[in-house]
Design a protein. Structure first.
Length: 349
C-alpha cells in the first residue's frame, strides 16, 4: 500500500468517525433533549419556586454591568458605568465601600474567594485589582495592581485564589495571571471570536469560557496549552457561562435567545432552554445551589427561571425597568441577585 493510499484510507476513516460523533451528539436544536427525555420518562416533578424581591440596593447612578457575590454570601460587588465599584452588605443594603475607577467603561467585576480583594475591567483593556482595607486599617482602597496584556476590552474576570485570576477579552484570548507579579502565567487563545465570559470551578482546576464564535471551551489552567474540549451548539454569541454546582456540567446563555446545558463527561448538550415567545438575547446565567433551577437574565428586562431537568419555564421574575445585565446566586444558595441597566440591584429569595 503506497503512502498516498494510506493517507486516503486515513481520511476516509476520519470522515467516518466524524459522522459517528455527529450522530452520537444528536441535534442540538431537537425538540427532545437527552436530559428532558430522561426526566420525562422518570416523571420528575417540576420545581416549585416562590421568589420575591426582598432587598433593593440603590446607589449607582449609571447602568449596572456586572455583579459578583463574596464567598461569605453577605457581601457583593457591583460595577456600573457611573465609574464606581460598590461593595454592598446585601443583608442590610448598606454600602461598605465605594471605589472610584480610573475608567468608567467597566464591564466586569469579581470578588476574591478570601473576600480581601476585588477586581474589575472593561474598555480600558486592563484588569484592575483592589485590596479591600481590613477593619483595623480603615481608609482608602488602593489599586493593588493593573494587569495589562490584553489587546481588546476585558469582558470578564474571575479569581482562582488571591494570587491568581483568569480574565477573558475581546481579543479572543483568556489569560491566567499571577496577581502578585502582575504577569501572565498562561495565555489561552483557541477561540476565534471575542471571549465574553469565564467560569471557574475550584474542585478540578478547570475553567470554561463562552465566546462570540458560538462555542464554549473547557480549559485546564494547570496545563497551559490548548483547550481540553470544545462545545458547539449555539447559533450566535455566547454571553455567559456558569459551572453547574458539581462541576461536571455548565450552562450557557446566548444571543440566540436560548440557554443550554452541556455535560463535560458525556461531551454532549443535555438540554436547551428556550421559548417561542422569548426572542431576545441572554446576558447572564446562574444555577441554584441544588442545580435544579437555571436563572437567566434577558434583554427584555426579565429574569426567567428554568427547570434544569425538564427544560420548562418555571417562573418569570418581573421587577426591573431595563435590561437585566448580570445575576448571581450566593454561595449558600439562599439568595439571587440581579443587576440591571435601571441602576438597581435586587435580591430575590
Amino acid at each position: 500500500m503506497s503512502k498516498a493510499d494510506e493517507i486516503e484510507q486515513c481520511k476516509k476513516e476520519i470522515a467516518e468517525y466524524k459522522d459517528k460523533i455527529e450522530d452520537l451528539r444528536g441535534d442540538p436544536e431537537a425538540a427532545e433533549q437527552p436530559l428532558q427525555n430522561k426526566a420525562g420518562s422518570r416523571s420528575v416533578q417540576k420545581v416549585n419556586v416562590n421568589m420575591k424581591p426582598r432587598r433593593i440596593l440603590k446607589g449607582h447612578f449609571g447602568k449596572i454591568y456586572a455583579m459578583h457575590w463574596s464567598s461569605d454570601s453577605r457581601h457583593l460587588v457591583s460595577a456600573s458605568q457611573d465609574g464606581k465599584l460598590i461593595i454592598w452588605n446585601a443583608f442590610t443594603t448598606n454600602k461598605v465601600y465605594a471605589i472610584p475607577l480610573r475608567s468608567s467603561w467597566v464591564m466586569t467585576c469579581a470578588y476574591s474567594p478570601s473576600g480581601n480583594m476585588v477586581a474589575c475591567g472593561g474598555l480600558d483593556n486592563l484588569c484592575s485589582v483592589y485590596k479591600l482595607p481590613g477593619n483595623k486599617d480603615g481608609g482608602q482602597q488602593k489599586t493593588f495592581g493593573e494587569l495589562a496584556q490584553h489587546e481588546g476590552y476585558l469582558s470578564c474576570c474571575r479569581f482562582i485564589g488571591d494570587d491568581e485570576i483568569v480574565t477573558s477579552s475581546g481579543d479572543s484570548t483568556c489569560i491566567l495571571w499571577d496577581v502578585e507579579t502582575k504577569t501572565p502565567k498562561a495565555i489561552f487563545n483557541d477561540h476565534t471570536g471575542d471571549v465574553m465570559s469565564v467560569s471557574i470551578f475550584d474542585g478540578n482546576n478547570m475553567f470554561v469560557s463562552g465566546s462570540c464564535d458560538a462555542t464554549a471551551k473547557l480549559w485546564d489552567h494547570r496545563d497551559k496549552k490548548n483547550c481540553v474540549k470544545t462545545f458547539p451548539g449555539h447559533e450566535s454569541d455566547i454571553n455567559s457561562v456558569q459551572f453547574f454546582p458539581d462541576g461536571n456540567a455548565f450552562g450557557t446563555g446566548s444571543d440566540d435567545s436560548s440557554c443550554r446545558l452541556f455535560d463535560i463527561r458525556a461531551y454532549l448538550q443535555l438540554n436547551k432552554y428556550s421559548n417561542d415567545k422569548i426572542l431576545c438575547g441572554i446576558t447572564s446565567v446562574g444555577f441554584s445551589k441544588t442545580g435544579k433551577m437555571l436563572f437567566a437574565g434577558y434583554d427584555d428586562y426579565n429574569c426567567y427561571v428554568w427547570d434544569t431537568q425538564l427544560g420548562s419555564l418555571v417562573i418569570q421574575l418581573i421587577g426591573h425597568d431595563n435590561r437585566v445585565s448580570c445575576l448571581g446566586v450566593s454561595e449558600d444558595g439562599k439568595a439571587l441577585c440581579t443587576g440591571s441597566w435601571d441602576t438597581l440591584l435586587k435580591i430575590w429569595a
